[in-house]
Design a protein around this ligand. Structure first.
Ligand SMILES: Cc1cc2nc3c(=O)[nH]c(=O)nc-3n(C[C@H](O)[C@H](O)[C@H](O)COP(=O)(O)O)c2cc1C
Length: 379
C-alpha cells in the first residue's frame, strides 16, 4: 500500500476503496469544473517569502474560531453523503475532529442523523442547514440541532438550485447505489466497502427519512429532496433564522463584499467565503480571489473564513496571511475518511498541522496570530 505523506496520497487511497459513484461525487465540480480546479490552483500561485536568521525554535499554530481556541484554525466543512464513503462516516469524522480538537460540521444531507452523531460523540458539533421549502421541517430541524446540543448553525446560502454535476448524472448517483450493470461491475472491485456497508443500517439520509411525512423510502426521498431546494430564499428569511437560533450563526457561500455586508447586517457571527467547492456556479471566481475584498470590507466586524481547494498546511497559512480568521476543509478530510476511516481523518489533520508548522518555521514566523501578508511574495 502507498505510504501516506500528504492529502494527495489520501485521495489516491480513497479512490481505491470508495465506489466510483461516491468517489466522483467528491472529486468533481459543476459543468466544466473550472471553478473546482481554480480553487486549488489559485492557492498554489501564492508564493511564500522565505526568511532566515530569526528564532523560530518555538512555534504557535493555535488561533480562535468563534471564541474557542483551536490547535489550528480549521473546521471540517459540511459534506453530504459522508456515510456512503465509509459506513457510519459522519460518526467517524466527528470523532476524529473531537480527538484532534477542531469542530466538525454535520450536513443536512448526512447519512447519520443529528441524534445519532450526538449519541456517538462527546463534544459539541456544528450543524449545517439548507433552508428548504418545507419551513415546518426546517423549524423542526433547527430544534433538533438545539436538542442535539449543536453549538453552531452553519446556513448554506449558495444552493438556491442544485449545480449541474455531470459526473453525478452519468453515475446515476443514489443512496444506496442503483444496481445497474456498470455499478455492479464497479462494486465487485470494492469488496471491503461492500462488507463494511453490509454491517451498518445507516444507508439513508438520516436527518430526513422518518421526519418528513410521506418520505419513507429511497424513491419518495429522491423526489422530496429535488423539490425542496428553495430558489426564493432571501436575506429576510435568514434574518428570521437569526431570531430563532440564539447560538453561533455562520453564513456559508459568500463570494462578494455586498453579500458579506448583508450577512453582517443580519447578525452572523462568521461568514465562509465559499463557492461550495466548485460544485455550484461554475465560472465563479476561486475563493482565494474572493477573499481579500471581503476581508477589506467586513473584516473585524465578523469572522471571515474561507474554504475551497485547501489541501495543505501551506494553504492554511496562505489564507491566514491574506486575512482569514480560519479555514474550513471538505475534500481533504473526506479523502482521509475514504482512505482509512476515523484514523484517516485524524491523519489528514495531523498532516496539515505539520505542514502548517514547518512552513511557518521556514517563513521565519513563530506565531500564527502575527502572520500577515509580509510572509507572502509580492509577485
Ligand atoms: C462531496 C461534497 C459534498 C458536499 N456537501 C455539502 C453539503 O451537504 N452542505 C454544504 O453546505 N456544503 C457541502 N459541500 C461543500 C463543502 O462544505 C465545502 O464548501 C467544500 O467542500 C470546500 O471545498 P474543498 O472540498 O475543496 O475543501 C460539499 C462538498 C463536497 C466535496
Amino acid at each position: 500500500m502507498t505510504k501516506i505523506n500528504c492529502i494527495e496520497d489520501q485521495r489516491v487511497r480513497a479512490q481505491k476503496f470508495v465506489p466510483r459513484m461516491f468517489y466522483e461525487y467528491a472529486d468533481g465540480g459543476s459543468w466544466a469544473e473550472d471553478t473546482y480546479r481554480a480553487n486549488e490552483k489559485d492557492w498554489k500561485k501564492i508564493k511564500f517569502n522565505q526568511k532566515v536568521g530569526v528564532d523560530v525554535g518555538t512555534r504557535e499554530t493555535s488561533m480562535n474560531m468563534l471564541g474557542k481556541k483551536l490547535i489550528m484554525p480549521v473546521a471540517l466543512s459540511p459534506v453530504g453523503l459522508i456515510g456512503m464513503h465509509r459506513a457510519d462516516g459522519e460518526i467517524h469524522a466527528a470523532r476524529a475532529a473531537e480527538r484532534f480538537g477542531v469542530p466538525f460540521t454535520l450536513s443536512t444531507m448526512s447519512i447519520c442523523s443529528l441524534e445519532d452523531v450526538a449519541k456517538n460523540t462527546k463534544e459539541q458539533f456544528w450543524f449545517q442547514l439548507y433552508v428548504m421549502r418545507d419551513r415546518e421541517f426546517i423549524g423542526r430541524l433547527i430544534e433538533r440541532a438545539r436538542n442535539a446540543n449543536c453549538s453552531t448553525l452553519v446556513v448554506t446560502v449558495d444552493l438556491p438550485i442544485l449545480g449541474n454535476r455531470y459526473k453525478d448524472r452519468n453515475n446515476g448517483l443514489s443512496t444506496p447505489p442503483k444496481m445497474t450493470l456498470k455499478n455492479i461491475l464497479n462494486l465487485i472491485t470494492k469488496p471491503s466497502w461492500c462488507f463494511e456497508m453490509s454491517k451498518t443500517k445507516r444507508r439513508n439520509f438520516g436527518n430526513v427519512v422518518g421526519h418528513v411525512k410521506g418520505v419513507n423510502d429511497m424513491s419518495s426521498l429522491a423526489d422530496w429532496v429535488s423539490s425542496q431546494f428553495d430558489p426564493t430564499l432571501t436575506w429576510d428569511d435568514l434574518a428570521e433564522i437569526r431570531k430563532v437560533w440564539d447560538r453561533k450563526l455562520v453564513i456559508k457561500g459568500i463570494l462578494n463584499p455586498e453579500d458579506a455586508e448583508s450577512a453582517v447586517s443580519i447578525g452572523a457571527d462568521a461568514i465562509v467565503v465559499s463557492n461550495h467547492g466548485g460544485r455550484q456556479l461554475d465560472g465563479a471566481i476561486s475563493t482565494v480571489q474572493a477573499l481579500c475584498p471581503i476581508v477589506d470590507r467586513v473584516g473585524g466586524r465578523v469572522e471571515v473564513w474561507v474554504d475551497g481547494g485547501i489541501r495543505s498546511g501551506q494553504d492554511i497559512l496562505r489564507a491566514i496571511a491574506l486575512g482569514a480568521n480560519g479555514v474550513m476543509i471538505g475534500r481533504a478530510y473526506l479523502y482521509g475518511l475514504g482512505a482509512s476511516g476515523e484514523e484517516g481523518v485524524l491523519q489528514t489533520l495531523n498532516i496539515m498541522l505539520n505542514e502548517l508548522d514547518s512552513t511557518m518555521a521556514l517563513c521565519g514566523s513563530s506565531n500564527l496570530r502575527d502572520v500577515d501578508k509580509s510572509i507572502l511574495c509580492d509577485l
